[in-house]
Ligand binder design. Structure first.
Ligand code: FAD
Length: 341
């Protein structure tokens, strides 16, 4: 079991979780940020990285991915530890200023406060709904490619019609023995240039495309050997494979959060708006996951919430009634914390 110690654990590396690092840093508090996704940015990275956002203060027009890059830059002076690809399963309260947080990979983090910045829940891949096919997961069936070399000289089937399915098909085609892309429609939710490139490669017989849906699978000696594909023309086809890669997108699941004994309002965590503390002392909630009268799920609302949560945690941890407001422009204390000379 990996064990870490920090002042504050932030659950969720979306825009609000990232800005929380900065606000805690201003208070002299360290943080570990945990996200189930392998990259930071939450909804901005996963759902709309290339779309411009127009309502981030002082950034009149910035792509969602740029906003995330900037938030990481802003957090960098405080050197947060990012634990990506790990889902928080449990929070254990040891006292009002002592908690332990555990992830599904058995990482244990000791901290003095916990901030839940979990958005709509942990993102996880949308699975292929076919009874018993999950036994091949991470052996021959993958929802994410970590090491492309694994597919070298193999016969690979890719399912999906979005950017990930197209981009990976094009990359795999360079090293695999064969690549067959299967999508339920000839309409793709991917960059036109990638779709055109895919059809051009099919034309040159360097890969193949089939329009249809998986309706069954075949196995031999506990190995996945093929799929049955049902197409709109009414014909069922059998395709053989060594490896299956599925990109049906990601969906958020509130998951373990609802088991953490926090007062909830319709899948959102109730907080008080003075401190953004939940019904459990020392556990805070900011961003889309929290609820209070008048709540709006906007990034700028989340940013405000992180500042007040950081002040409240600093007051509890330092046992002070009220921490003074220090300006980043003029405070030598803040400059020292930020490493600004
Ligand atoms: P999220 O961005 O949802 O991030 C939460 C993170 O927590 C996720 O990465 C998730 O994987 C992680 N997580 C959850 N549970 C766990 C767990 N148990 N363990 C580990 N990790 C966990 N807002 C605006 O202000 N302006 C806009 O123009 C705008 N446009 C939008 C356009 C679209 C298409 C969409 C979908 C949303 C838009 N929004 C916009 C809303 C905005 O994206 C959200 O308000 C914002 O992302 C919330 O940030 P967050 O950090 O609270 O949560």
């Amino acid at each position: 079991m990996k064990t870490l110690t920090t002042d504050v654990v932030i659950i969720g590396a979306g825009p609000v979780g990232l800005f929380q690092v900065f606000e805690l840093g201003l208070q002299g508090l360290t943080s570990v940020v945990i996200d189930s996704l392998p990259e930071v940015g939450g909804q901005c990275s996963e759902l709309y990285p290339d779309k411009p956002i127009y309502d981030i203060p002082a950034l009149p027009n910035a792509k969602a991915s740029q906003v995330i890059d900037n938030l990481c830059l802003q957090a960098a002076p405080f050197d947060p530890t990012y634990l990506l690809g790990e889902r928080v399963e449990d929070i254990n309260k040891l006292s009002d200023v002592s908690f332990s947080v555990t992830t599904h990979k058995n990482t244990l983090i000791h901290c003095r406060a916990v901030i839940i910045a979990a958005g709509n829940g942990a993102f996880s891949p949308v699975k292929l709904k076919l009874p018993l096919i999950d036994k091949f997961e991470d052996k021959q069936l993958f929802y994410r490619i970590n090491n492309i070399e694994h597919f070298k000289d193999k016969n690979v089937v890719v399912l999906g019609g979005g950017d990930a399915a197209l981009d990976w098909s094009l990359s795999l085609q360079k090293i695999a023995n064969s690549v067959l892309l299967i999508h339920r429609s000839t309409k793709f939710k991917a960059a036109t240039s990638s779709v055109n490139e895919m059809f051009a490669l099919c034309e040159q017989l360097k890969m193949q495309f089939l329009c249809g849906q998986v309706s069954d699978f075949q196995q031999e000696d506990n190995k996945l050997t093929g799929l049955t594909i049902s197409s709109k023309d009414g014909i069922k086809r059998r395709v053989e494979l060594d490896e299956l890669v599925i990109f049906f997108g990601m969906s958020p699941k509130i998951g373990p959060i609802e088991n953490w004994q926090l007062a909830m309002h319709q899948h959102q965590i109730k907080v008080d708006t003075q401190s953004f503390q939940t019904s459990v002392r020392g556990i805070y909630a900011v961003g889309d996951i929290n609820y209070y009268p008048g709540k709006r799920k906007l990034i700028l609302s989340g940013f405000h919430e992180t500042a007040l949560a950081a002040f409240s945690i600093a007051e509890t941890v330092l046992e002070k009634d009220r921490i003074p407001t220090l300006y980043t422009t003029t405070s030598p204390v803040v400059h020292q914390r930020m490493g600004v000379t």
